[in-house]
Design a protein around this ligand. Structure first.
Ligand code: NAP
Length: 346
């Protein structure tokens, strides 16, 4: 990465060159922490775009976007601002995602081109299939909302979508491709059938939801795990809340480590994530928060004992359950996640 020059870099920021990174099979560098941009139905696109601008100024170089977040046209203005002020395109890692109503072969390339136009970019560093289901729901709907045309996972169809992502790589519009919200059985089939392997997969990961088996599978297959909702998504949409959900940041162990380090419990969740080997993409519109989140990537590590102790507070508590993607009445959200080790069929 090139040296930051003063006008593009806040005095209290973090030198992007000091932030750890993951190296992809192509030799590209993905910064080990990024900024999320999903407003969870609460935050305006303008406030998120402002955060993207501020985050790049304090040293973020990795931004996690998606068409369905409805703000790529605003985030694009912040990216352009950064590049006009000296940040080089090749020093940024920009991810976007294909939404569920664009899985049809004819829709994939135009959807990616739309994101590129909104983001004011010539290429994406990473393009993900956001969910393995083609089931559409409008932003902000109730948890009981269902797409009348909803279908289960159909591998043949998913591969048709994937082939279009591979084509995007051939066209030079996308440097890497990947998945999101996948399971071991689905990834096993994908790995069997791909021409271009997934570089990364986005998955929910936080101390109370560590997904040890999927995490191990992903790492063993040289796929980079990107951790969404890394601090437990305290402002997630109402549809993603149940009475059984637990709160990572209130866990006594997380609080105790935070007290030792004199930091917010959010920072402990993020330090654990980076040290474990996943790439967290915390969302924040508060400058002091997103700055602290980035700084923690270059702070002293947690102790081995603390890392081991956090392993033991996993509660298998999935927060983003995905009920709106179910395809027939009487189903449980666990059907989306292949908990029996096989792909749940119609
Ligand atoms: N692939 C997928 O299906 C998927 C699903 C969900 C999310 N994601 C991605 O992952 C990103 C992050 O997940 P998320 O937004 O669900 O949840 P999250 O990052 O776990 O939590 C975000 C919340 O934590 C607060 N926060 C952040 N840093 C903090 C700090 N240092 N101290 C105190 N509070 C802090 C933020 O509030 P402030 O604004 O006040 O800081 C915000 O309300 C999303 O934005 C999106 O890009 C992807």
């Amino acid at each position: 990465m090139s040296q930051p020059t003063p006008h593009q870099f806040a005095a209290d920021g973090v030198n992007p060159d000091s932030v750890p990174y993951k190296t992809t099979s192509t030799g590209a560098r993905m910064p080990a922490i990024g900024l999320g941009t999903f407003g969870s139905d609460h935050y305006s696109g303008e406030s998120i775009a402002e955060a993207v601008k501020g985050a790049i100024e304090v040293g973020y170089r990795h931004i996690d976007c998606a068409a369905v977040y409805g703000n790529e046209h605003l985030v694009g203005q912040s990216l352009r601002h950064a590049m006009q002020n000296g940040v080089k395109r090749e020093d940024l890692w920009i991810t976007s995602k294909l939404w569920n109503d664009k899985h049809d072969e004819k829709d994939v390339i135009p959807a990616c081109e739309h994101s590129l136009k909104d983001l004011q970019l010539d290429y994406l560093d990473l393009y993900l299939i956001h969910w393995p289901f083609p089931n559409y729901h409008a932003p902000g709907v109730e948890v009981t909302s269902r797409d009348p045309h909803a279908r289960p996972y159909i591998h043949e169809n998913f591969m048709k979508t994937w082939r279009q992502l591979e084509k995007l790589v051939d066209m030079g519009l996308v440097r890497h491709i990947g998945t999101s919200n996948m399971t071991i059985p689905k990834l096993t089939l994908l790995l069997r059938d791909t021409r271009i392997q997934p570089t990364a997969t986005e998955m929910e990961l936080h101390p109370h939801f560590q997904q040890p088996e999927l995490f191990k599978f992903v790492v063993e297959n040289s796929i980079i795990p990107i951790a969404f909702s890394p601090i437990g998504s305290p402002r997630r949409p109402e549809r993603d809340r149940t009475d059984e959900d637990t709160v990572d940041m209130e866990d006594p162990l997380i609080v105790q480590i935070a007290q030792r380090l004199n930091v917010h419990p959010a920072i402990v969740c993020l330090k654990w994530a980076i040290q474990r080997g996943q790439v967290p993409i915390p969302f924040s519109t508060t400058r002091s928060h997103y700055l602290a989140n980035l700084r923690c990537a270059v702070m002293e590590p947690l102790t081995d004992e603390e890392m081991m102790a956090i392993t033991k507070i996993d509660k298998n508590c999935r927060l983003i359950k995905g009920q709106v993607f179910l395809w027939k009445e009487g189903q449980n959200w666990e059907d989306l996640w292949d908990v029996q080790g096989e792909i749940t069929q119609a």
